[in-house]
Design a protein around this ligand. Structure first.
Ligand code: C2O
Ligand code: CU
Length: 750
């Protein structure tokens, strides 16, 4: 029996109010779900649904049958206070919504707790006696009243804390907003294990002391090492170990050679293509100027990003690709369910196109929405240097997207630059093989200061694509600007939702609508919680990605009413509703564990990774261990997909499906992995639904091709096998892919 606490008022760590309304609006009958509306921060609502059953595998489940969500990270054991007999667990549950990682607008983790309590002591006398659960930061202030709990299972509302303590008290009056009664149970979230590293070990090992990196950089004249590396920028204002800063990757540095004849790159053009059209797409060296500095980079047709292709759904288009790069290359058409021969995977669907050679792709566009293209050879170099572009497929049904005043196509990226220009890439193998190459210069459509001017009241639809090597963005227009989330990779959402920010991992797409109703300027920001590994703390990071200038003249047509309403997409609802109901709670048919092994890492890196593995945040948002990450190469880190049914890994895995199959695939991000982190997993040529996250059913599907699996999470997918051929499945962190994290799925035509 599940009971749910439905009302309450509490404070967040920042003193803002967290309000959970006392009424539970009923979802439409038949869905088997109820919904609560969680007010997470003022002015903004997040719609979340609570499952009526607990049949699926959750973090606190004893003796699970299959690999599942991490017990260690997401199940808190509660201990009785002195002289009390009681026991229980508090489970950190995923909050149903459009993203697999739940965070507030400022990047703070959001959780909902499920309590399972046993043998509680008698209640005190009082006007309304009961047990009350509280959450609080380690400073014990503020104490957030989560709600009343009962013996058995109680699910409580959402709250935002990065790491926290949990108390259960026996209250004479459960309506009290501060704890008065006796403490009976207590526990702490795994994040509280973070403590400043014991630097004694590092002194003893003679491998260095923490330094203030920014100050130190001025004293350390970067002498190139024997391979020619001078180092990598340290994270501003974070302590680093000297020995970590001194690490250099054991490969040769590589950058494209400037070509005096290379043209200055131009901003991307929109190419409107019709059925039967042919396009020439040339990858070559370009000269870019970013924030006043010159860079030698790559571009498609001399543009940054590559041209935006606008095509009608169902069209056939021929692309003649010409490789003018100094490296072999291909083009992969990310998210298109096309003929596998034109999928652009070297060694699987074609041979890599050598410098000076060409390859002809025949493209089809069976789905409406936003897609993208990029090389599938050394993505860590080629994509990072600017080889990416969007494809907008205009849907044949006119109601796929609602009315807006304007549409914008935004490609999010980051570039890693130092004092001398671009930090070189590894020639033989990628550098940054631990967490991927985090950049320090944020780019929107290749520009560091993206700008948009709109009229007051204008409703803008943003088609967002994240093409960065590894960075997951938490994008917003600051507190208080509502975002209407309407679509993802391969379709609209069945039900639109208000969100306060968009969590977008590499290769994912989200479609979001924003109304700008106050004249002035609004910043588009990436707001996250960075992890200071040496000091064992989190700190807020806010990057401005661009600005929107809102004029005074009113926008025409006036779209307040349609913008204010959340729509249901009948087509996606009809395609997916029955699939979700039939498959949620059923056991996985295929499992992939996401793991890593490391060989020959420098001593300091091994030690730091051990210290760091006490806790893994669900998402590693920022590159705050730049030295050791930079110096680790693709042969030292082996990122793996492992099939526990056969024990096979990566390319040795042999999955065979038939067109028409529906396959429940569980992706389990194994917590014990040294330096565990999130992985955006992409399947080529098919589409899938997210069935559940950590055992909590998803009730708002969209068709997707890439899904973010946070550290210690288990994400259940339903793969609709619709397209014959050999297809890749891989992590879209460019350096993880290069470090082996890929496999092939073979689909036969029955
Ligand atoms: Cu964008 Cu193999 O992927
Ligand atoms: Cu990965």
């Amino acid at each position: 029996m599940v009971e749910r606490e439905t009302g309450g008022e509490a404070r967040r760590a920042d003193g803002q109010s967290t309000w959970i309304p006392a009424t539970l609006p009923r979802r439409k009958p038949g869905a088997g779900m109820t919904a609560i509306v969680c007010r997470v921060v003022p002015l903004l609502t997040v719609l979340c649904a609570c499952p009526a059953t607990l049949s699926a595998q959750r973090p606190c489940d004893p003796a699970p049958r299959y690999p599942g969500p991490s017990h260690d990270l997401y199940c808190i054991h509660l201990f009785p206070a002195l002289g009390v007999t009681a026991s229980g667990t508090a489970q950190l549950d995923w909050i149903p919504g459009p993203f697999t990682a739940n965070v507030a607008q400022d990047g703070t983790n959001l959780w909902r707790l499920t309590f399972k309590l046993d043998s509680l002591p008698p209640l005190p006398d009082g006007p309304a006696p009961g047990y009350v659960a509280w959450a609080m930061p380690q400073s014990l202030d503020p104490m957030i009243r989560l709600g009343t709990v009962r013996p058995g299972t109680t699910e409580l509302g959402a709250f935002a804390l990065q790491r926290f303590l949990v108390h259960v008290s026996a209250e004479p009056d459960t309506t009290a907003t501060t704890r008065q009664g006796r403490l009976i149970l207590r526990g702490e979230s795994a994040g509280t294990r973070l403590r400043p590293a014991d630097n004694y070990e590092f002194f003893l090992g003679g491998i260095g002391v923490p330094v203030d990196a920014t100050e130190h950089m001025h004293h350390m004249a970067p002498q190139p090492d024997s391979l020619g590396w001078t180092g990598v920028p340290m994270y501003p204002r974070l302590d680093m170990l000297l020995s970590e800063m001194a690490l250099r990757p054991p490969v040769h540095p590589w950058l494209p050679v400037p070509q005096p004849a290379a043209p200055p790159a131009r901003p991307r053009e929109v190419l409107t293509l019709r059925n039967g059209d042919t396009l020439d797409l040339t990858a070559g060296i370009v000269h870019r100027t970013i924030a006043g500095r010159g860079y030698t980079m790559f571009g498609f047709n001399g543009q940054y990003p590559g041209p935006l292709l606008r095509v009608p759904q169902g069209a056939h288009v021929v692309v003649r690709f010409h490789n003018q790069l100094p490296q072999p290359s291909t083009v992969h058409w990310h998210g298109l369910r096309l003929d596998s021969r034109f999928d652009g995977v070297p060694g699987l669907t074609q041979a890599a196109v050598k410098p000076g050679e060409s390859f002809t792709y025949q493209l089809v566009f069976p789905d409406g929405g936003i897609f993208w293209y990029h090389p599938h050879v050394r993505e860590d170099i080629q994509q990072d240097l600017g080889l990416y572009g969007n494809i907008f497929v205009e849907a044949s049904r006119p109601d796929m997207w609602g009315p807006v005043n304007r549409e914008e196509f935004l490609i999010l990226d980051d570039l890693l630059v130092g004092e001398e220009g671009l930090i070189p890439y590894g020639e033989e193998h990628p550098t940054h093989a631990l967490m991927g190459r985090f950049g320090n210069l944020m780019l929107v459509n290749g520009e560091p200061d993206w700008k948009l001017s709109v009229k007051r009241g204008e409703v803008v639809r943003l088609f967002l694509t994240n093409v960065s090597n590894t960075r997951t963005f938490n994008l917003s227009f600051g507190p208080g600007t509502r975002l209407k989330l309407v679509g993802s990779d391969v379709s609209p959402f069945a039900r639109q939702a208000w969100v306060e920010s968009v969590v977008i991992a590499p290769a994912e797409r989200y479609v979001v609508e924003v109304r700008f109703d106050r004249p002035g300027t609004v910043a588009m920001i990436n707001a996250v919680q960075g992890q200071d590994h040496m000091q064992g703390r989190f700190f807020p990071i806010v990057d401005t990605l661009g600005t929107v200038t809102v004029g005074t003249g009113p926008a025409r047509p006036e779209l307040t009413a349609s913008f204010g309403a959340l729509r249901t997409d009948r087509v996606v609802e009809a395609e997916t509703g029955a699939l979700l109901r039939a498959n949620q709670g059923a056991p996985p048919q295929k499992i992939l564990e996401l793991r890593a092994t490391f060989v020959d890492l420098p001593f300091v890196t091994q030690r730091l990774m051990k210290v760091d593995s006490l806790y893994h945040n669900p998402v590693e948002w920022a590159g705050t261990m730049p030295g050791m990450n930079f110096a680790a190469i693709g042969t030292q880190a082996r990122w793996t997909l492992r099939d526990p049914a056969t024990g096979r890994e990566n390319e040795a895995i042999d999955w065979r499906f038939r067109v028409g199959d529906l396959v429940r695939v569980r992706l389990v991000n194994i917590r014990e992995t040294l330096h565990g982190m999130q992985h955006p997993i992409h399947l080529h040529g098919q589409r899938f639904l997210v069935l559940a996250v950590n055992g909590v059913p998803n009730d708002d599907p969209a068709w997707k091709d890439t899904v973010l699996v946070p550290a210690g999470f288990a994400v259940d997918l339903l793969v609709e096998v619709s397209n014959p051929g050999p297809w890749m499945l891989h992590c879209h962190i460019a350096e993880h892919l290069q470090a082996g994290m890929m496999m092939t799925v073979n689909v036969e035509q029955p």
